[in-house]
Design a protein around this ligand. Sequence first.
Ligand SMILES: [Zn+2]
Length: 114
Amino acid sequence: MARRRVFWLVVLAAVLLVALTDVPAAYVFAPLLGVAILWFGVGSLLSLQQGAAHIPDGDPSPVDPTAERTMYWCAGCGAELLLLVRGTATPPRHCGERMRERVEILRERLSDDR
Ligand SMILES: [Zn+2]
């Protein structure tokens, strides 16, 4: 927050410098633009360093394979995954896309419920 305040004070000082003196605006604003681009780039890279912030809280829950089989299918390459332990309700990603969930309720389980 303090860095933002300093940045905007420097921008205000640069605007006043250009308005009140005959210093060309390019000589004042070009370094400021460079600092802003560097600030944005470093901020983006530091956000990648923090890693996966979406890891869910709580323990994973085992899936009962006798009741249902949950499969995830990748539309990009056709890979399939069988879910054994559910960590979160969000489907995993493969080939950069969310995988499609397919739940198969076993026929024996259906006949038991009737
Ligand atoms: Zn894939």
